[in-house]
Design a protein around this ligand. Structure first.
Ligand code: KG4
Ligand code: ZN
Length: 324
């Protein structure tokens, strides 16, 4: 549950994120019904906290935006209902934001110099997608995952290997110092001409490798670390190869990342290093702006409100909303 106050779409006055992970951990994943009930419980306190930290009242703000989709319908509904209610009560302009476009704007909060055209790689729990940003508001989808999203694979492998939930940040830590070349896993479609990704086979390969370990090996910390480091290597290598191909096709020299997996230490190091080697500019949001947050939605929504765009107060959630 996230609420932010953003000035001019550029400066964060407050950005409150109330994580629900503690409520979902025992189920090993997000339970949609639990998620919407918790949003209902936390939205008003989080809204109050965001306003008080920014030292504003609702009557001070110039506009209100909320995420329309993609995402879990019940969760989207909660945020939209609250935002539309505030818009009606306080006579404020309202805009319903595309979640993925929000991730595109996240980097601008840390790097105001980021301007289109550029290539964006969104890697999250629900998406793995390469997008050509011709201009703000003009997007072309280049390729996306055909099965699991990168974050989903982190979470599923983590669940299978009993590492915990959410898997991404835990694997990030547990893999540190591991040997990424110990096991050779291949990302699906890694060297294929297709612009798309495929990660479900990788998930199977990693879990099968673990299954084949002896009992002693299963408790070998170094081996386990190497397994995780090798898994990450294949994900990041695949993401980089596919991104580089879009660079070659478009001639664009700027890459901006977004989504929870963009918080990954190994991914950040590798993209930075490869970017330098190819003389490309690589932008990352700060880690807290990679994972879902309201500041990026505020930045994106402000852009649309400034252009005079408004959404109908009858806007409903769209769990499958696409960007292009
Ligand atoms: O963008 P996000 O917060 O939500 C979606 O829009 O999906 O991304 C959440 C995903 C989860 O799968 C989580 O495990 C992953 O991002 N994630 C990470 C890291 N932090 C979060 N994956 C790898 N390394 C991390 N440090
Ligand atoms: Zn997201």
């Amino acid at each position: 549950t996230c609420v932010a106050v953003v000035r001019d779409g550029k400066t964060i006055r407050s950005n409150i994120v109330s994580s629900q992970y503690d409520f979902h951990r025992r189920f090993g994943g997000v339970v949609p019904e639990v998620a919407s009930r918790k949003h209902l419980e936390f939205l008003i306190p989080v809204l109050d906290e965001a306003c008080s930290e920014a030292q504003v009242s609702l009557s001070d703000i110039d506009g209100i935006v909320a995420t329309r989709g993609p995402g879990l319908s019940g969760s989207l509904l909660m945020g939209l209902c609250l935002a539309k209610t505030i818009a009606i009560l306080y006579h404020k302009p309202f805009y319903a934001v595309n979640h993925l476009e929000g991730h595109l704007f996240a980097s601008t909060l840390n790097h105001p110099e980021l301007e289109p055209p550029f290539i964006s790689l969104i890697v999250s729990g629900g998406h793995t997608e390469l997008i050509i940003v011709r201009d703000w508001g003009r997007y072309e989808s280049w390729g996306k995952t055909r099965d699991d999203a990168a974050g989903e694979v982190y979470d599923k492998i983590s669940k299978y290997l009993n590492i915990g939930f959410p898997g991404g940040p835990l694997i990030d830590i547990r893999s540190r110092g591991g040997n990424p070349s110990r096991f050779h896993f291949r990302g699906g479609l890694e060297d294929d001409e297709s612009p798309d990704f495929s990660f479900s086979g990788l998930k199977t390969a990693v879990t099968r490798t673990f299954q084949a370990f002896s009992e002693e090996e299963k408790h070998d910390e170094v081996l386990f670390r190497d397994l995780l480091a090798s898994f990450q290597e294949s994900v990041v290598r695949t993401l980089w190869k596919k991104t580089l191909r879009v660079v070659e096709r478009t001639g664009y020299c700027t890459i901006a990342l977004g989504g929870g997996v963009a918080a990954n230490s190994y991914l950040r190091e590798r993209f930075q290093a490869e970017g330098e080697q190819y003389h490309l500019r690589v932008f990352f949001p700060s880690r807290e702006l990679c994972t879902d947050n309201a500041a990026m939605i505020g930045a994106c929504g402000s852009f649309h409100l400034f252009r005079g765009e408004r959404s109908s107060l009858a806007t409903e959630p769209d769990s499958q909303l696409s960007l292009a």
